[in-house]
Design a protein around this ligand. Structure first.
Ligand code: FAD
Length: 473
């Protein structure tokens, strides 16, 4: 009898333990993907675009091995309840997803399948460690990254990735929906041009990214990773999120890179943050909604009629480094980590807007939108999360720009209306002499916005707000 291989966030054939185990049974396979309309939270716009193209790629890769991908829409449980009798399947295999709603759903599905005599097996593969595996000697969860990572490194030894099977035995393919009918990619308006230019979703695109990074990017990673105009970060995040490449594959490849040990260690540590985020989400399922630090529940957020938020989201705050980051996000579906920290701090501290608004915007616009990493990092940036930056440490976007984009190359790329301004003024155009602005074709308040907020006053207001919620304790 056939075995259903249920693809979810493991859209790859290499080092896919569920697939490898399924192939080993010798049973004919039905490859399945379900677009779950009950997904919680629902997929954002950029993620939907990514998923569409990743499924095109997976369909192609499976077909080369003799298998077609069956597409179904609906709540996962209902889809499986129909598909199991339709195919006569005796087992369903899948790779685990660790988000609270998915864990709940998968637990119910497992029980349901077993109750009807169908084998249900789940596999690891999205992470190096199972969430909850890394604990202190006393068995307690870590709230701080450094000791977490020390404990993790003591046991990390990712095995060799499993190669992709060359041929798969196919069961008769059941009816499939058409990917085009799912409407995952925008048609009118087609806003995805920048995404198409920047990315190649799917397993082979992921592999190409990793190879290019191993070749040219890891060397100097530790020092260069903070400079957004440089090409020294991997951009693997969306590929990792969708499981087009597994963390064990990345770990192995980076460890073998011809680069200084310090650069390799710095990169592997970032993979460690990804693991940490998943651990924290498992221990605190309310992470996406509720501040870990309870004092923040009464934080006096500013009232906004939407004007400030819109200026931030559209990259029209009048602070060039912030605006460049937000426009990079809108255009390409991704933002460099240094900028993510700066724009988050600007929203939460200078504009005093609730971090959850930023979290939602990122979730909708990032191709790597990930419940655990996004929620964790927003809480971190707001100062209310685990191992958080203290609230009183407030990034100054002008000084950050001058430090990490000294020649203004990054701002020039994403804020073209400032492209001809001297590096000396590009992070603070309001200080440029009239003549310099004229020569560069800049008219503040017309071609580029005036700053929407005074940094020094905003900083004081944020510190006062913070004090008030601490005092109320
Ligand atoms: P690299 O520097 O090449 O790092 C390699 C990998 O390590 C990344 O692909 C990612 O999987 C992991 N990683 C690196 N930094 C972090 C981190 N701080 N937290 C967790 N994992 C990390 N990352 C997401 O994947 N999804 C999100 O939704 C997300 N939201 C964020 C929101 C905010 C406010 C901030 C400050 C950060 C967020 N990050 C998120 C983390 C980080 O910015 C991205 O993972 C990173 O920029 C992706 O680029 P890269 O693949 O080139 O990273």
């Amino acid at each position: 009898a056939p075995l259903i291989l249920w693809f979810r966030r493991d859209l790859r054939l290499t080092d896919n333990l569920a697939l490898a185990a399924a192939a080993t049974t010798g049973a004919p396979l039905v490859a399945l993907f379900i677009l779950d309309e009950d997904d919680d939270p629902p997929l954002g716009g950029a993620a939907r675009w990514w998923l569409h193209h990743s499924l095109v790629s997976l369909t192609h890769d499976l077909r080369e091995r003799g298998l077609s991908l069956t597409l179904r829409r609906g709540p996962s449980a209902a889809s499986l309840t129909r598909l199991v009798p339709e195919t006569g399947a005796r087992a369903v295999f899948w790779s685990r997803v660790y988000e609270p709603a998915a864990l709940r759903r998968d637990g119910e599905i497992e029980t349901m399948l077993r109750a009807s005599g169908v084998e249900a097996q789940s596999f690891s593969g999205a992470l190096l460690f199972e969430p909850g595996e890394i604990r202190s000697a006393q068995g307690r969860a870590f709230r701080v990254f450094a000791p977490f990572w020390r404990a993790a490194q003591a046991i990390v030894a990712p095995g060799a990735p499993k190669p992709a099977p060359t041929r798969l035995r196919a069961a008769p393919a059941p009816r499939s929906e058409r990917l085009e009918d799912w409407g995952l990619t925008p048609r009118e308006p087609d806003w995805a041009g920048g995404l198409r230019d920047a990315w190649r979703p799917g397993e082979s695109g992921a592999r190409a990214r990793l190879d290019a990074f191993v070749e040219d990017g890891v060397r100097d990673y530790a020092a260069a990773r903070d400079f957004p105009a440089k090409d020294n970060v991997s951009r693997l995040s969306p590929h990792l999120h969708w499981g087009e490449i597994g963390p064990r594959q990345v770990w192995r490849a980076i460890e073998g890179a011809d680069a200084p040990r310090a650069d390799i260690a710095a990169f592997l540590r970032e993979l460690g943050w990804r693991e940490f985020c998943h651990h924290i989400l498992l221990d605190h399922p309310s992470l996406p909604e509720a501040p870990l630090d309870p004092d923040f529940a009464r934080f006096p957020w500013a009232q906004d009629d939407g004007t400030l938020f819109r200026a931030w989201a559209r990259g029209a705050t009048g602070y060039p480094f912030v605006d460049a980051g937000m426009r990079q996000l809108w255009l390409t579906g991704w933002m460099h980590n240094r900028l993510r920290m700066i724009v988050a701090s600007f929203l939460v501290k200078h504009l005093l807007l609730d971090w959850r608004e930023g979290e939602r915007w990122f979730f909708d616009t990032l191709v790597d939108a990930d419940l655990s990493s996004n929620a964790f990092n927003w809480q971190w940036a707001a100062g209310c999360g685990a191992d958080a930056a203290p609230y009183f440490r407030i990034f100054n976007p002008v000084l950050q720009g001058e430090k990490y984009d000294a020649d203004g190359a990054f701002v020039r790329r994403f804020v073209p209306e400032l492209a001809r301004l001297d590096a000396h003024y590009i992070h603070r155009p309001w200080t440029a002499p009239e003549q310099k602005l004229r020569e560069a074709g800049v008219r503040l308040g017309e071609t580029y916005p005036l700053a929407i907020i005074d940094l020094a006053a905003a900083r004081r207001r944020a510190l006062d707000a913070f004090d008030s919620c601490r005092r109320a304790r």
